[in-house]
Design a protein around this ligand. Structure first.
Ligand code: FAD
Length: 383
């Protein structure tokens, strides 16, 4: 980000995200179960170029005086994730200023946010898709749904990847900001705590630094079986969406390579789910105010848990006339939009994603060859 946007903007964006991280953590902490919050996010390398990038990244954090992240060398990775595949990592944890990195139960968090909104007077209407947004002569908009209509001075289109584009919101008002990229998550059957902790000894969730074919995972406690956990493991492949989602079998193979303990103990995958993420051209969101009273944020590119709270508060500040400058700062990060034409949009996405995916595959092949050579060399050594 520093290279693309310069130091000032990159650091302002970091601070805004950090503030929001605190906000999300504090909201989660309001529930007695803290939305199952568990501390720590481990960003790891599975190839040499990723390991070098991680070393560079941690230097930059140290230079900027950020204390919320620490470098984890190869010989300490297994304290967090017990696999031979990771080369090093950065542990994002938290600091005395209250930034808290970690993972939580997204449903419980969403329910918490809905309750907070309700408590300050928001009315939530489910199953009421907006079919039309019509500008009124006296100002404001008439927003129509099959269940009824409301007049609104401001309309926020926070409609994610599955945007049911209403009449009146054409592409010249809200451009196509993203293409859908599928991500798939597998969950094992419940695993006894001892074995689960043999695979993931720390509390942190983990995610590798691949630009394509990224894997991520964590342990989640099994509510109906105290002391048991499920290992969840996800995969996303930017190229794969252009094929269709990467086969679930492929992700399961990676999970089993990473954790041979699963085969050793005969642990099965029991649940699979997935969904689309709104991938923007640069993987950064888009925030616009195309007409007076119309706001739109999207393109969260699989990282909306914290960022939607940040972009939502920027829109709220703007509507309330609060001069926080958040909206203007975030707008400077806007990604270009895709063509309104769906096929052309896919061609544009393929042009960006294909070289990234090819490069990632080349990198992984080189890494596999390096590991095979290392294995041969150690096998050839006399005992
Ligand atoms: C499997 C999976 C795993 C993920 N994991 C992570 C993760 O670990 N961390 C992370 O940060 N992010 C993750 N994400 C991404 C995260 O879920 C999104 O970035 C986030 O939900 C985007 O929020 P949003 O409010 O923009 O859109 P959404 O959450 O998609 O909400 C938009 C809502 O608007 C509704 N809508 C659309 N059109 C209309 C209309 N015309 N009228 C009324 N309503 C409409 C939609 O139905 C939807 O309910 C994951 C996503 C998936 C699918």
């Amino acid at each position: 980000m520093r290279e693309t946007f310069g130091d000032n903007l990159a650091i302002s964006a970091w601070h805004l995200t950090d503030e929001t991280l605190k906000k999300v953590f504090n909201r989660a902490a309001m529930r007695p179960d803290k939305c199952d919050f568990s501390p720590g996010v481990l960003l790891t390398a599975k190839t040499l170029p990723q390991a070098e990038w991680i070393e560079e990244e941690i230097k930059q954090f140290e230079e900027a005086g950020f204390k919320f992240a620490s470098y984890i060398p190869k010989d300490r990775i297994k304290d967090y994730v017990n696999t031979d595949l990771y080369l090093n990592g950065i542990l994002f944890k938290g600091d005395e200023e209250g930034r808290q990195y970690g993972h939580l139960n997204p449903l419980k968090y969403t329910q918490t946010v809905a309750k907070l909104a309700h408590d300050v007077g928001a009315e939530l209407f489910e199953h009421a898709p907006v079919k039309g947004v019509e500008a009124l002569e006296e100002g404001g908009y008439l927003v129509t749904t099959p269940e009824g209509a409301v007049k609104a001075k401001n309309v926020v289109l926070a409609t994610g990847v599955n945007f049911m584009r209403p009449k009146g919101i054409d592409y010249d008002v809200v451009p196509r900001t993203n293409v859908p990229v599928q991500t798939v998550i597998l969950a094992t059957e419940p695993i006894p705590g001892k074995l689960a902790r043999e695979m993931v000894p720390g509390d942190a969730c983990f995610c590798d630094a691949s630009d394509a074919a990224m894997n991520y995972g964590r342990l989640i406690p099994e509510p109906d079986k105290p002391g048991y956990f499920r290992l969840t493991f996800g995969g996303a492949d930017s190229l794969a969406q252009i094929q269709t989602a990467r086969a679930v079998k492929g992700i399961e193979k990676e999970m089993r390579e990473m954790f041979p303990q699963l085969d050793r103990e005969g642990i099965k995958v029991e649940k699979v789910w997935g969904g689309n993420c709104d991938l923007s051209k640069t993987a950064l969101p888009v925030l616009i105010n195309p007409l007076p009273g119309i706001y739109h944020a999207s393109g969260f590119s699989g990282q909306g848990m914290v960022n939607t709270a940040l972009y939502g508060s920027a829109i709220a500040d703007k509507i309330l006339g609060k001069d926080t400058g958040k909206f203007e700062t975030l707008q400077q990060l806007n990604s270009d939009s895709y063509s309104a034409n769906k096929i052309l949009a896919w061609v544009q996405a393929a042009r960006t994603l294909f070289p990234v995916a090819v490069e990632a595959r080349k990198e992984q092949k080189a890494e596999n060859a390096r590991r095979a050579e290392q294995k041969n060399n150690s096998a050839a050594k006399p005992v």
